[in-house]
Design a binder for this molecule. Structure first.
Ligand code: NAD
Ligand code: MN
Length: 362
């Protein structure tokens, strides 16, 4: 029996509600498996930890999770702490510390979800957005001087490296190649940004030669928002910079029905470090502590976690349970226009996993 050790980091707000729900789903799944089990260790890092210790996570925190097989993360963001402190002090510390350079965000319209685009059939929207997750606009290079004086100046330098762009392009082409349509769109802004984005385009062309069976095109980021809405079926795999993909993936999540459903993986494709899986939503201050959070984004992140561990059958089982639940409007949470609670949705998914295993055994 294989044992996977998983770090859970709920963080703040509804992260504290959806991560335990995700753990329950993994536990229900493990009960049905004769080949693997999970060992969880929970870390109470986040806003409350900051109030006690002045930091979001301990200085040697990365060492505590370095040898885990994967990390399940909730959200970093507290109403009483500036967002740049919570983000850089926890989530980005882990992403950068473990060089999780590929952020992968699948988007589909799940069964039973009423998506906002009326002309878009569910099968028209089946995307994976690959976000460069280690440099670019969010590299952290920059500074601020003469604070409070009229001559105050501030910069956030977008830094791109050949190594960084080559590795994310190679990852995106490989991912596109693994999908049925073998179709990649490279998002750019090389008309206005004439240095780094021109290099980005050149490297895309260079890496494309390694993948002759992948069809690819280039789209300016602003035009791509219109294309996502008007011609969703022309897109499949999408690769973009840290900032561009951050924005496009929230748009994608909304087009698929709700921010509460969308998952993401912060992946180290070389498996040198643990990868981290999380719903793309934040702490949702308006509903936190009320048991109303949609846990589906976390469950779909659990599916990605299982795929990353190589447990593809288990991943399929969980995804199928999720889609059976979304297909039932009685099990929709408030973000989807329903009345279901986090606990009800979680129980429904767990029961389907158990029932599925019993059916198989019978
Ligand atoms: P948000 O995702 O927290 O909330 C946006 C809206 O969507 C809210 O109305 C919220 O109620 C709703 N929503 C989000 N997830 C939901 C779910 N699972 N179920 C039901 N409704 C859901 O975004 P925001 O308001 O911009 O940010 C709040 C805080 O979260 C900020 O501090 C921000 O920095 C942080 N944040 C963190 C992450 C992260 O850690 N990955 C991501 C985004 C935002
Ligand atoms: Mn974002």
């Amino acid at each position: 029996m294989k044992t996977y050790s998983i770090a859970t980091i709920p963080g703040d707000g509804i992260g504290k509600e959806v991560v335990p729900a995700g753990q329950q789903v993994l536990e229900a799944l493990a009960k049905t498996s004769s080949t693997f089990r999970f060992e969880f260790e929970n870390f109470d890092w986040g806003g409350d930890y900051y109030r006690q210790h002045g930091v979001m996570m301990p200085a040697d925190g990365l060492d505590a999770i370095r040898n885990k097989d994967a990390i399940l993360f909730g959200s970093a963001g507290d109403p009483h702490i500036p967002d740049h402190i919570t983000l850089w002090g926890l989530r980005l510390k882990i992403c950068q510390g473990f060089d999780q350079y590929a952020n992968v965000r699948p988007t589909r319209i799940l069964s039973g979800i009423d998506a906002p685009l009326k002309r878009c059939k569910p099968e028209d929207l089946n995307w994976v957005i690959v976000r460069e997750n280690s440099e670019g606009e969010y590299s952290g290079v920059g500074g601020r001087v003469h604070q409070g004086h009229p001559i105050e100046a501030a910069t956030d330098v977008s830094m791109m490296t050949r190594a960084g762009v080559e590795r994310i392009m190679r990852f995106a082409f490989k991912l596109a190649q693994s999908r049925p349509r073998k179709l990649l769109t490279v998002i750019t802004k090389s008309n206005a940004q004439r240095h780094a984005m021109v290099m980005w385009d050149e490297i895309a062309l260079q890496i494309s030669k390694e993948f002759p069976d992948v069809t690819w095109d280039k789209e300016l980021v602003d035009a791509s928002t219109a294309r996502m809405i008007n011609k969703p079926q022309t897109l499949d795999t999408i690769v973009a910079t840290n900032l561009h993909a951050d924005i496009l993936s929230d748009l994608a999540a909304a087009l698929a029905g709700s921010l509460g459903i969308a998952p993401t993986g912060n992946i180290d494709p070389e498996h040198r470090y643990p990868s981290m899986f999380e719903p793309i939503h934040g702490s949702a201050f308006d509903i936190m502590g009320k048991g109303l959070a949609n846990p589906v984004g976390t469950f779909w992140s659990v599916v990605m976690l299982l795929e990353h561990l190589g447990e593809f059958d288990a991943a399929k089982q969980v995804m199928s349970a999720i889609e059976q639940v979304t297909a039932n409007p009685k099990l929709h949470t408030g973000d989807l226009g329903g009345k279901a609670t986090t606990v009800q949705v979680t129980q429904a998914v767990c029961e389907l996993l158990t029932a599925g295993a019993q059916r198989k055994a019978a």
